[in-house]
Design a protein around this ligand. Sequence first.
Ligand code: PLP
Length: 393
Amino acid sequence: MADKLTWIREEINALKEQGLYATIRTISSPQGATLVVDGKAVLNFCSNNYLGLANHEALKAQAIKAVQQYGVGPGAVRQIAGTTDLHLRLEQRLAAFKGVEAALTLQSGYTANLATVAGLMGKEDVVFSDELNHASIIDGCRLSGARVVRYLHNNIDDLRRVIGETSGYRRGMIISDGVFSMDGDLAPLPQLVEVAEQYNLLLMIDDAHGEGVVGRGGRGIVDHFAMQGRVDVEIGTLSKAFGVMGGYVAGRKEIIEWLRQRGRPFTFSSAATAADVAACLAAVDILEASTDLVDRLWANTRFFKGEMLRMGFNIGHSQTPITPVMLGEAPLAQAFSRRLFDEGVFAGAIGYPIVAKGKARIRVMISAAHSQDDLERGLAAFENVGKELGALG
Ligand SMILES: *Cc1c(COP(=O)(O)O)cnc(C)c1O
């Protein structure tokens, strides 16, 4: 008789046979333009460390100072056992940076989505959700128990159609990624705002890949489209451009006040650590002081993408530093990633279920941390491997 775990072994073998088994490499260096991966020094082309803040001296200094002042652990859930002044200060600074009424920090962007969707929506409600929304939004919808009506990616006509065909609900909310994490395209925010206002629906935007990247000085997608005050609630992460760890909700003050009472990851899970929060405060200082890092990120992005197109790679239709190198089938993407690694470039393959079957890719993440020489060496490796594996158009 089969034991209780036979099915897991079979599933794992199936992943390996289909080229969908993720090999997780081991890093033994700080984040930056180069990394030591599996003992080898390589160029880093796949982290979300957009601005190079993950190993920034000012952030590290503030984190160390906070450990000395507050220790390492938060002790408990903030609602039950109190919050540090540090957490409150970060919330005020984030709200000011984003140009919203209030903000609430959580342990991650993932839990910020769970808190917000499940805090605002219930069984009698409906969420209109872009079909390519991030998994943490999908999980938030599940936790909420709300009916989920998906619309075609970035398709406002389809959004209007599904809204028109849906009735009998108590409250409704439209949710979209601001920057779509796998393709790097932007949500059509002005039209989403118009539809939300017309149908009196809440509008929630996940700005995880937008903040620190798009908008003035990296203020995010709402700033990019000058839609301040017209998006009810935004989700942010502190683990990408901010270079640290954590998430937040930003928006109308009633929503933030409500989530402090009833956001489940806020009320049932301990706070972020003082070190993380202090490092995030230093990141906000840097973003508010200068646009240099954001400008360098975009200069690097323009150069890298221009060269990839010139070589004949299919890099999709990204509008941001996210550069998907489209390869089709998962085994080709995995082989490509392995060959890049031989050439000294770390860029992981992404396949199903993160992206659709047949849309496997290498997702290159450009950073302000890359020097011109780093970019040129990376491009040379892409060209060699692209020729060898027949991936140039
Ligand atoms: C990365 C990401 C998240 C999750 O953020 P974490 O802080 O890593 O949990 C949420 N939403 C989107 C769109 C993301 O890209």
